[in-house]
Write a protein that binds this ligand. Structure first.
Ligand code: CTP
Ligand code: CA
Length: 222
């Protein structure tokens, strides 16, 4: 038992990870999306599994594959991702929200392909639901909630603001200013803040190694 505890410290725990972009439909053939590859989220799901957790990966459109046996729920839109997350949230101990969820979606989705016209086209967008904030509101004492913050400027303040406002236990700051960080890249550079606003800065590493650092930070607080 001691050996299991050492190599699989998350044995008996359930975890949920979101990954990838969301696609918000404009019409049957078009959408609003982003360049998230899903790599970071898939790496975290793998690492949590390696540490013994039973992991459900809720993935937006992505070509990534898991290297470990994880449960997978494929979703397309922010609303789909919200539905999947809230359907299992009360069963999980650890939640890591890595997905690049669209903040806005077209207010109306055209049933037919929108035809090209003489003039410019204006799309009206409405806000999507903030999944992480919603989970932060219903989080129970025993649950660990980890969010990401993708920033280009004033990054530490924005990250700490999100940590507090979304009621998180940890926030992983992903600064797009850093070389070797970003959506398509195989590497990432992160800074983690805990609830006490204590900061840990990490070097540029492969996303697999970054996932290890994130999971170690989670192990420290559970
Ligand atoms: N997130 C979410 N649902 C949304 C938007 C974001 O769950 N509709 C989550 C992301 O998965 C991430 C965290 O919230 O863990 C922060 O996302 P980010 O885009 O950095 O922050 P926002 O709160 O959306 O604010 P902004 O984009 O304006 O910086
Ligand atoms: Ca956002």
């Amino acid at each position: 038992e001691e050996a299991i505890q050492k190599s699989m410290p998350l044995f008996g725990k359930k975890a949920m990870v979101t990954a990838g972009p969301t696609y918000e439909a404009i019409d049957p053939v078009r959408f609003i999306g982003n360049h998230s590859s899903g790599k970071m989220g898939y790496a975290i799901a793998d690492e949590l599994t390696r540490l013994g957790a039973e992991v459900t990966l809720i993935s937006g459109p992505s070509t990534q594959k898991s290297n470990f046996p994880v449960h997978r729920i494929d979703v397309v839109s922010a609303q789909d991702m919200f539905n999947a997350c809230t359907s299992i949230f009360d069963q999980v101990d650890i939640t890591v929200m890595c997905a690049a969820v669209a903040d806005y979606r077209p207010k109306t989705v055209s049933a037919q392909k929108i035809k090209k016209q003489e003039n410019n086209l204006t799309l009206e967008l409405e806000k999507t639901v903030d999944i992480l904030s919603a989970l932060g509101k219903i989080k129970k004492e025993h649950q660990t909630l980890v969010g990401f913050a993708l920033e280009t400027n004033d990054e530490e303040n924005y990250a700490k603001g999100k940590l507090e406002k979304k009621n998180l236990d940890l926030i992983v700051l992903n600064s797009l200013n850093d070389k070797g960080a970003g959506f398509k890249s195989d590497t990432n550079k992160i800074t983690i803040f805990n609830k006490a606003f204590e900061r840990t800065v990490f070097e540029v590493k492969s996303k697999t190694e970054v996932a290890k650092d994130i999971c170690e930070a989670i192990l420290k607080i559970i």
